[in-house]
Structures are given as C-alpha cells and as structure tokens.
Design a protein around this ligand. Structure first.
Ligand code: GLN
Length: 555
C-alpha cells in the first residue's frame, strides 16, 4: 500500500512549495523508492491553459498533453520522472466531474454538496496515483491555509489521514519565519498562527519546513517546535539559497528530512544517492565561464512566464561549467529605431513561444539581427514560426510573409493554421498538445545534438509551417532537419551557413534536467560560448582566472 505525504503552505504564497515538494520527491526517489507527485490547485479554471502569463506564469505541458501548473516542471526537473495529467487537479476539474455526474443522475436523487461529494472526488484524484508498485504519493495542496477556496482540498486530505491511518501518511507544512529588521530578530508568530489554523481544521503537521532569510538559532527552532506541537528535529529550516534552487534538496538532506520521513512512514530505505547532484551544485557555484544570452519575449517582467526556459539554459550552463547571464529584452522595445543596439554585447539570442501579434515585429528584428550577424539563434515554437517569417521576408523575397495567426487570409501565410484546428473554436485544451515523434535528418545540427534518429518532444500550438513554401525555402538554404514521421509537419528548421541557427516547433524546455540537459539547449550554449570567444571576449570568470593563476604558480 502506498504511503501519502501531504504538503501544505501557510502565512503567504510564493514560498517555494513546489520546489520543496520536488526536492522531497527527489530525495525519496534517490533512496530507492517509487514516488509519484501531484499538485492540487484550488482555482476554478479546469486547467491553467486558458490563463495568461500575468495571472499564472508558465503553462507546463506533460508528455500526455495536459496543460498544467508550473510546479510540475519543478517535480520533473528534481526527480527526472515524467508527470502525467493525473499529477495536477484543479477545483475546476473536480467541480466539473461532480456536476457531470449529477447530470447523469449518478447521485440517485441526493443533495450534492461540497462535503462529501467534492471531497470524495478530491480523494479519488489522490488515490489515482497510488497504483500497485508505488511506494509514496506526495500531494502538494496549492494556496495557503485559511483561504476559502482551498478549504475542500484541506478537508479531503484531513479525511484521508482518518481513512488510511496516521502510520501511513504524514503532513509537511511550509511556512515563513520573517526577519524583522527594525527589531533585529526573527518572528515565529505567523508560523504559530498558520499551524494553529491547520489544527483548527483537524490537521496536525508532522514536519514544519520554515522559510527564512537568516539562519535560525536553536532557541527559535525549539520555540517553534513547542508552540506548534512538533518535534524539534522536525523543524527544518529552508533558508534562502545563495546560488540556485538546486541547493534545496541538499539543505533538506543535511537536516535529515529524508530519514525523518522514512522513519515516520516506516519505509525500509537507506541514504539517498546524491553524488551527481552535489556535482551539479558545485558547477553552479563555481562556473569557469560566463556568457550573455538575450531572451526576447513578451512577458519579461513576469518572473515565472518562461520558467522552464530559464532553467534549461542553466542546465546547459552546468554542462559547460558556464554561468548563463540572462538579458531579458521586451520584444516591443526592439521595434523602436536604433533599439537593436541592445543586442550588441550579446552572445546568443533566444525567442520563446507565445501567442498573438504584439511584439512579433521586435522578435523578427532580433532574429534577422542574429541571422545576418551570425549570432547563435535558438527559436522555440513561436520563435521558430517567426524565424520562418523572417527568412521568407528577407531571404525568399516574400516581403509580406507572415503567420495566419496575425493576419488571417493574408497573401503569404508561411505559417498557417494546422488543418485539424480549422473547426476548433473552444479554447481549453484544444491545441496540438503533448509529445509527438519527430524524425531527424542525418547530418544536421539537430541529428548531431540528439545523436538519435527519432525523438519525442512536447507541443502546444495551433499553427505550423505551410508546406506550400517548403521548396522555396529549401532552395534558399533552409534545412528542415526534423519532420513528423509522415513527413507532413515541419518540426525543426536550421541554417547551415551559420554557427547555430536552430528553431523548433516544440517545447524542448519541458524536457531538460540539471543532470541531463536537453541536447539542443546544450549545443546552443556550446555555440554561444564559442561565439563569445571568437569575438575576443574573455569568458573566464574571475574565480577561474585566479585558480588558473594559482595552479600556474604552484607548478
Ligand atoms: N501561437 C503559435 C501557435 O499557436 C505558437 C504557440 C507557441 O509558441 N506555444 O501555433
């Protein structure tokens, strides 16, 4: 029988519950357990696919084509396991299945209520992950204790403890211990109050993970333990990390959270294997080189809008022992005259995915700059479509080339609606979603990077390369290096007479981890590093220069 861990949050949101959940999942997996992770979101959207990046940040796409919460990205990056649509349930989905059941008559004339009907449905969703062979299911409950919206989800997990027995499940509560500058000390009261709120609804946490800016004294830990009714060693301090979120599992491990969980749930396991992860963190802390990559997007001020892309660039940097400095460029800002000067000291340019016309002319200008100046370019989804538009306009002589997304019925829709999208009007979950195979053309940059003939990559789009233009483009020097197995869909384009110009219709950023960086991100950063060196830049970090000098004098 699978054991369950429920992770709740208190005091404020944005404490990094998803990162902590991913880190705990990773520790347990590395102790040899089969772990499944899951996020429950209290909002009423059926999924985040219809929300804009200001509201929700990135929409994370799973292999099986679900549009999910970005925390699933953390789960995959930390554990290296693929999540599925059963790893994310929203209150919108829960209500929608309860209501369809009611319409079918499944409730046999009963009054349908939050308790027990929605709470039962929530419990079903949790149990879906507890398949034979699974040792631990970790369920992160979104939101903050005390929110009206999250109440049915917390009630459901309270009931689960009652049903499966407290020996088989545990509660981990994440809270904040703020440092108050004026008083020169940390305050434990918000944590006490949020645990109080949890206990009021019948949940006693077994472990508290407290987020802090500063180290906590033993005295503060003991005080939290006493007033929150947990063991002192079950107060785990998650101080702000110095370099990277990938330090979090190491910090939790050092404080014995992994063995505490194993003991509490009677899981017969040893210590987690952490060697390669320690190397990852060391490489982040002591990079030998640094490069600058511009991301030209529409939501550069929203921290979470391009989360997986930022992480994937960091993963590629880990591989090359290189710190990738991100220069965030608002696409629209490139539409002004002289604005391309912003890109002068940049060693590589990336245009991410996106929807709608705003900012696309700025992105096209950046792509043209990269192509003409032979600056490494990497385009993702819309970033590929716009590379096609740019090439059409400035190389193939199609001066009005564009995407049908921006100008339906235009003269030269080099990017056009996919045929199976023609009659789709509903917005939720109707794009081409999830993993599809892509066959690589021998000898291309893509084939070399992947070192495979066929790969699977995740998609989220409605438009595609318009095959009417394939011949013209090929004639002008564009290579279609990745196609769907039936040859009908262009999945990867590249230019041969360029140090690195690769753009993909899919989202490789959803398949990169710190220990296994995505091959295309890896080779992009390799090309970026070469470009910087060839342009006379000393890419070495001061620390690396010092260590080289020291070893030279030692000789
Ligand atoms: N808007 C484009 C499409 O729907 C690109 C989507 C994306 O970048 N994810 O095809």
């Amino acid at each position: 029988m699978a054991k369950h861990i429920f992770i709740t949050g208190g005091v404020i949101s944005s404490l990094g519950k998803g990162i902590t959940t991913g880190a705990i999942g990773m520790l347990l997996k590395r102790m040899g357990l089969t772990v499944r992770l899951q996020k429950l979101d209290p909002y009423l959207n059926v999924d985040p696919g219809t929300m804009n990046p200001y509201e929700h940040g990135e929409v994370y796409v799973t292999e099986d084509g679900a549009e999910t919460d970005l925390d699933l990205g953390h789960y995959e990056r930390f554990t290296g396991d693929c999540m599925s649509r059963e790893s994310n349930f929203t209150m919108g989905q829960i209500y929608s299945s309860v209501i369809s059941r009611e319409r079918r008559g499944d409730y046999l004339g009963k009054t349908v209520q939050v308790v027990p009907h929605t709470t039962d449905e929530i419990k079903n969703c949790i149990r879906k992950l507890a398949q034979p062979g699974v040792d631990v299911v970790i369920t992160e409950v979104g939101g903050t204790v005390g929110d009206i919206e999250g109440a049915p989800m917390l009630e459901a997990v309270r009931q689960m403890r009652h049903e499966i027995g407290s020996r088989h499940c545990m509660f981990i509560h994440l809270t904040l211990v703020p440092f108050i500058k004026a008083a020169g000390e940390v305050k434990t009261k918000p944590t006490q109050q949020s645990v109080g709120e949890l206990r009021r609804i019948g949940i006693q946490p077994d472990v508290l993970v407290v987020r802090t800016e500063v180290y906590l004294t033993d005295e503060a830990r003991k005080k939290i333990a006493l007033f929150c009714n947990v063991d002192a060693e079950a107060v785990i301090v998650e101080k702000d990390v110095d370099y990277s979120i990938y330090e979090v599992p190491l910090a939790l491990h050092q404080q014995g959270l992994d063995s505490l969980v194993a003991e509490r749930l009677s899981l017969p396991v040893g210590r987690p294997r952490m060697k390669d992860w320690i190397e990852v963190v060391e490489s982040i802390k002591h990079p030998e080189h640094k490069v600058r990559v511009a991301i030209v997007g529409k939501y550069m001020k929203v921290q979470d809008a391009y989360k997986s892309i930022f992480e994937s660039l960091a993963h590629a940097g880990i591989h090359h022992k290189t710190k990738v400095e991100l220069v965030k460029v608002e696409a629209e800002s490139l539409e002004k005259r002289g604005a391309l000067a912003q890109l002068e000291n940049i060693h590589g340019i990336l245009v991410p995915g996106g929807f709608g016309e705003r900012g696309t002319e700025g992105k096209i200008a950046a792509i043209r700059y990269a192509r003409e100046n032979k600056v490494p370019y990497y385009g993702l989804c819309l970033g590929m479509q716009l590379a096609v538009v740019e090439f059409g306009r400035h190389v193939c002589g199609l001066s009005d080339a564009t995407s049908a997304e921006f100008k339906p019925g235009c003269q030269n829709p080099v990017i056009d609606l996919m045929p199976d999208q023609a009659n789709v009007s509903a917005k939720g979950g109707t794009m081409r979603l999830g993993a599809y195979p892509c066959v690589l053309k021998d000898g291309t940059r893509a084939a070399v990077a992947y070192a495979q003939k066929q790969v699977n990559e995740r998609h989220r789009h409605r438009y595609e390369f318009n095959n009417k233009y394939r011949e013209v483009y090929e004639h002008r020097g564009m290579t279609f290096s990745g196609l769907s197995p039936d040859g009908k869909l262009v999945e990867i384009i590249e230019l041969a007479d360029h140090p690195f110009f690769v753009a993909v219709q899919f989202h490789p950023e959803f398949k990169s981890t710190p220990t296994v960086p995505h091959p295309l991100f890896r080779d992009f950063i390799g090309a970026v590093l070469n470009y910087a060196r060839q342009h006379g830049e000393d890419t070495r970090t001061p620390e690396f220069v010092r260590s080289c000098e020291n070893s030279a004098t030692a000789e």
